[in-house]
Write a protein that binds this ligand. Structure first.
Ligand code: ADP
Ligand code: ASP
Ligand code: MG
Length: 412
């Protein structure tokens, strides 16, 4: 039997009624002749609640226990989905990550999938089971502890299963009907894309578009998984949603494919550090060790042998970054006059493979921001994206202005 992977996100399993609706979709695919692997998220809001409980109990928590707690939301929905399918006379059972077993690294809170041996589930399919319901987001470490894959990780579970089982397709059911030119919740002119290239989706995801977890796109690209994003609330026809596919499979595209944002960023500046060989290593080594995810980095021109070093990181890592820098200063590894944190910034980015062959995108982006009187604090670019750090209060305005300036409401 051909295998299909169907993943349902938090809003799609938020109530028993929605689980029933999702199960009906699964039942239809079984009727179409598929063996189905269903990956479920926790009910919407559940994971946030669990994370909150952990932080309240222990601010500097043991990451292994964090994973034990926050992985539990998916266990509930997996069991409920299997029961719902059984009530519909569809032979189904649930699997927690460790039962599969979905083996991961030991990096608790953001573990990487290492192996999914298909034998156990395939044997059940052989015995007549039609649906394997698997709890997303979780796995087991070499030490035998429960791990989680980072927020949004059920997408990655789904794609990894599709790759491991050679599934015909991996369908990601969510609360929007596909991938849009930008988040439809903050820009009402956002347009649904029928197709998007892996590279573009990868950039959009890593720059904040949360519709797919970055790692899931990476895996789909590496293993050639047919990845589709579609609505769990609408009736979808055969080519509904958005297909994430190879660049060659896209006929026409805009120079800029989409606009992404990341709301909760911080900009930190070390004022007056010695400009000498090894200074960047002395700063960013301890930050990495402290688990700070540094994103943009800018070093100023130096004067009298001293310079300013600016970097950005998620706003909830500011305290950790400050502690790491203070410790490095105390140990004598670095010296600076002041550390200034601006916790009111966000990152807005434009992405498109067309930028490889088109000049002038950056200039057009900066002009659009100028026309809205938005000051740019930091800029970074790569071959297919340009990102700016701006005041958070201008985030929506910037996204809408960039969407307009690059004509994204219309197809190329
Ligand atoms: P799920 O719970 O199904 O995993 P998520 O909340 O993780 O859903 O992802 C879906 C959300 O992603 C949408 O509700 C939307 O607000 C947001 N989003 C951000 N950027 C985009 C985009 N470019 N296209 C579609 N959705 C986007
Ligand atoms: N429940 C997890 C989260 O909210 C994983 C997921 O939904 O993908 O991050
Ligand atoms: Mg998600």
């Amino acid at each position: 039997m051909p295998i299909l992977v169907m993943k349902f996100g938090g809003t799609s399993v938020a109530t028993l009624d929605r689980i029933r609706r999702a199960a009906k979709r699964v039942g239809r695919e079984v009727a179409n002749g598929y063996d189905v692997i269903v990956i479920v998220s926790a009910m919407s809001g559940k994971t946030n609640e669990l994370v909150g409980w952990v932080s309240e109990t222990s601010p500097l928590y043991d990451a292994r226990e964090y994973d034990a707690v926050v992985s539990s939301g998916e266990n509930v929905t997996a069991g409920l989905m299997a029961l719902t399918l059984q009530e519909m006379d569809v032979p189904a059972r649930s699997w927690q990550g460790w039962q599969v077993p979905l083996r991961t690294s030991s990096a608790h809170g953001s573990a990487r999938i290492e192996e999914i041996p298909p034998a156990n589930i395939l044997r059940k399919f052989d015995e007549g089971m039609k649906v394997a319901v698997v709890a997303g987001f979780q796995g087991i470490s070499p030490e035998g502890r429960i791990t989680t894959l980072g927020r949004g990780g059920s997408d990655t579970t789904a794609v990894a299963f599709a790759a491991a089982f050679g599934a015909e397709r991996c369908d990601i059911y969510t609360d929007v009907d596909g991938v849009y030119t930008t988040d439809p919740r903050i820009c009402d002119k956002a347009r649904k894309l029928d197709r998007i290239a892996f590279e573009e989706m990868l950039e959009l995801a890593s720059l904040g578009a949360k519709v797919l977890q970055t790692r899931s796109v990476e895996l789909a690209m590496r293993y050639g998984v047919r990845l589709r994003v579609l609505s769990s609330f609408e009736d979808n026809d055969a080519d509904a949603g958005t297909l994430v596919c190879a660049e060659e499979d896209i006929v026409e595209s805009n120079v800029v494919a989409g606009v992404a944002y990341s709301r909760d960023e911080a900009k930190m500046t070390l004022i007056s550090v010695a400009d000498r060989p090894g200074i960047a290593a002395a700063i960013f080594g301890p930050l990495a060790e402290a688990g700070v995810n540094v994103d943009m980095i800018v070093q100023n021109i130096s004067e009298d042998g001293r310079t300013d070093m600016t970097f950005s990181c998620p706003v909830d890592q500011v305290k950790r970054a400050e502690a790491a820098m203070e410790a490095a200063k105390e140990s004598g590894a670095i010296n600076y006059h002041d550390l200034v944190a601006d916790t009111g910034v966000c990152k807005v980015s434009v992405v498109g493979i067309g930028m490889r062959s088109h000049a002038g995108v950056a200039a057009q982006m900066f002009q659009a921001l100028k026309d809205e009187n938005i000051n740019i604090k930091v800029i970074t670019t790569s071959e297919i994206k340009i990102s700016v750090l701006i005041d958070r209060k201008y985030m929506e305005l910037a996204v809408q202005a960039l969407h307009d300036t690059f004509g994204l409401e219309k197809a190329a």
